[in-house]
Ligand binder design. Structure first.
Ligand code: ADP
Length: 364
């Protein structure tokens, strides 16, 4: 059986001792014979004695110097192999030699592997959770479509009164699946970092006006007044398409979760906390969100009222999660304030490009 290293003796120290003792023994033997004129047997004896003495000394000195640290190194590597990650804070490396360097490198490797394993575990948990959420979300529309088609096949197709209604309902659920797929693709790209923000100088007023004009028909349909409050124009550093997506999701919600005759205001103002940034807000006079739900509305698939979210067929429960990701990718802040049955305000910061010491310019 192969001898296990790091138990009692050190092979490394033994080898160093053997080579240096051999060298010392031979040199002493030769020197004694030729320089001191000692007889050959005496020279042998002297050389042999020196070989033993220096061997023992070198062995113990090397052993003391290296063995403990080699054992430490061995333990760190064993821990890494067994995925046991310790805190090596108290480990002392004061010899400043190659062994200390290797110990430090191993501690660093242990930390890196630990972090990587934690990251992979997080991704794995996220993946499991995500798949669970998706299957749950897909189930409802798929079963609904199956139900309508089955009823039609079982005879309802010939019933003039219901056949069109059932087909329309099936179609609405197909649309839900389409919206869900669209948002899922968007969020997975954002979460995996595949969708990088293309930061450019953009005209904020123009961007807002384009989205507000596009959503005007929706507001009118819901009998909600959609207006803007933009006293001053700003050039900001942002990804235009992503900011448009944020605005669409926020304004869409402000219309959707509003009341008949309600109001939605989209505006820009200087952010009080940092003059290099502006605050874009979407304020509504809708149903509001209770305090306990505010923190959760940006979670994937979280909805305060599931049926209301799905009423128009577009509510996927991913809109605000997408908003949060885009704002985070811009290194900006998102704020949500709300009073149930009174109003809600969703606002986010953007860095001014026209401000001399703006964050955007500092990081460029
Ligand atoms: P959804 O597709 O359900 O609208 P979102 O992620 O956009 O998904 O929003 C999550 C939930 O947050 C909504 O279901 C709704 O309950 C709540 N919510 C979002 N915006 C508003 C708002 N302006 N007023 C009231 N509730 C809102």
């Amino acid at each position: 059986m192969r001898k296990k290293p790091f138990q009692k003796s050190s092979l490394l120290a033994f080898r160093s001792a053997l080579y240096s003792a051999l060298f010392i023994g031979i040199v002493v033997g030769i020197a004694a014979h030729f320089l001191l004129d000692t007889t050959l047997p005496k020279s042998f004896l002297l050389g042999g004695g020196m070989f033993l003495l220096s061997g023992v000394i070198v062995y113990f000195v090397t052993y003391k110097q290296q063995f403990h640290r080699l054992k430490v190194l061995d333990q760190i590597n064993k821990n890494i192999l067994k995925k046991r990650f310790r805190d090596y804070e108290e480990l002392q490396t004061k010899n400043h030699d190659e062994l200390d360097y290797l110990i430090k490198q191993s501690v660093r490797a242990s930390k890196t592997v630990e972090r990587e394993i934690q990251r992979l575990n997080r991704i794995e948990n996220y993946r499991k959770e995500f798949i669970g959420d998706i299957s749950h979300e897909l189930k409802t529309p798929i079963f609904a479509i199956q139900g309508f088609i089955e009823t039609l096949l079982n005879g309802a197709i010939d019933d003039e009164e219901v056949n069109k209604k059932f087909l329309e309902k099936a179609m609405r659920n197909v649309n839900r699946l389409i919206y869900l797929t669209r948002d899922l693709m968007e969020i997975s790209k954002l979460e995996t970092g595949e969708l990088k923000s293309d930061i450019q100088n953009i005209n904020l007023k123009e961007t807002i006006m384009e989205i507000v004009n596009n959503l005007q028909y929706k507001a009118e349909k819901a009998e909600v007044l959609l207006k803007t409050d933009i006293p001053k124009d700003y050039i900001v550093r942002a990804d235009a398409n992503q900011i448009k997506q944020v605005l669409i999701n926020l304004i869409d919600n402000a219309i959707k979760y509003n009341v008949e005759g309600g109001k939605v205001t989209v505006g820009i103002k200087q952010w009080a906390e940092d003059e290099s940034r502006v605050l874009v807000y979407v304020k509504d006079t809708g149903i509001g969100i209770s305090q306990q739900h505010i923190e959760r509305v940006t979670e994937r698939f979280f909805r305060v009222d599931k049926s209301r979210s799905r009423e128009d067929g577009e509510g996927t429960g991913l809109g605000l999660a997408i908003v949060k990701h885009i704002i985070q990718a811009h290194n900006e802040e998102l704020f949500i304030e709300s009073t149930p049955n009174v109003s809600s305000s969703f606002s986010f910061t953007l860095s001014r490009a026209d401000f001399p010491t703006s964050k955007a310019e500092r990081t460029n």
